[in-house]
Design a protein around this ligand. Sequence first.
Ligand SMILES: *[C@@H]1O[C@H](CO)[C@@H](O)[C@H](O)[C@H]1NC(C)=O
Ligand SMILES: *[C@@H]1O[C@H](CO)[C@@H](O)[C@H](O)[C@H]1NC(C)=O
Ligand SMILES: *[C@@H]1O[C@H](CO)[C@@H](O)[C@H](O)[C@H]1NC(C)=O
Ligand SMILES: *[C@@H]1O[C@H](CO)[C@@H](O)[C@H](O)[C@H]1NC(C)=O
Length: 221
Amino acid sequence: MAALVICLCFLLGVIPVGAGTQVCESCPGALRNSSQVSQLCRAAPKARTLGRCCLGHMDGSDVIIGLDLWNCSLAQLDPTLHLTQAAVVLDLSSNPLRDLPSEFFRGLLGLQYVALPAELSCPGGNNSWENVNVTSAVRVCQDQRSSCNSTSEWVLCPENSVCAPDGPGYMQCVCAPGFHGYKCLRESTFPILMFFGILGLVTACLSVLLWCTQRRKVKSQ
Ligand SMILES: *[C@@H]1O[C@H](CO)[C@@H](O)[C@H](O)[C@H]1NC(C)=O
Ligand SMILES: *[C@@H]1O[C@H](CO)[C@@H](O)[C@H](O)[C@H]1NC(C)=O
Ligand SMILES: *[C@@H]1O[C@H](CO)[C@@H](O)[C@H](O)[C@H]1NC(C)=O
Ligand SMILES: *[C@@H]1O[C@H](CO)[C@@H](O)[C@H](O)[C@H]1NC(C)=O
């Protein structure tokens, strides 16, 4: 019985299924004191370190705000690793990485510091960052730029929608204020009051009608 309840809870998402913090302990060696992740954790008020991570707290659960997988012998990133927009620092330097999973950076709006093996380019390209520095082994991409503002990739969103950033090199068109629905074609002045007013009136009429007819039936029997 208890197993069933727990199972149901998982299915309904009541118990968050490990928010991906297992990556923090996937790597031998402690977090370097000089790491940007250590520095982030010293500066962020309620953050704590766990293995190679700096964890913050959000909506009652831990989220990774910094991840340092430096010198981890990684040939590829775990494809199930999903960071959230709470992530600020990511260090993947000194790893034999050949590439990164496509779409890995989509939605990572909070990233401000990414360190990569020098052979890899910055996520979204140089234009997605204010500062790009390359030393012999490490490429550092710092201060994310909005993709909606780069003159080279000036994108026009369809009517009634506006461009919104969605991580380095990514953008999305979201409905402009006052619009919603498919292709933002609906105006938001949804007449809630009228809708529920009419719905209520119809329900009331039907109830009265049913009540009357049922009563008549009862009487005639
Ligand atoms: C880490 O470095 C800071 C300064 O950057 C220093 O104050 C602190 O004592 C160091 N901690 C350890 C454990 O080395
Ligand atoms: C990098 O990792 C390897 C293997 O885990 C270890 O032998 C080496 O000492 C590490 N390098 C540094 C500079 O810590
Ligand atoms: C990106 O910036 C780095 C450092 O400024 C530079 O070495 C590299 O050539 C640039 N890449 C592109 C594609 O412009
Ligand atoms: C867009 O770019 C201009 C000029 O580079 C800059 O002044 C402005 O702050 C940027 N706006 C945003 C939202 O990034």
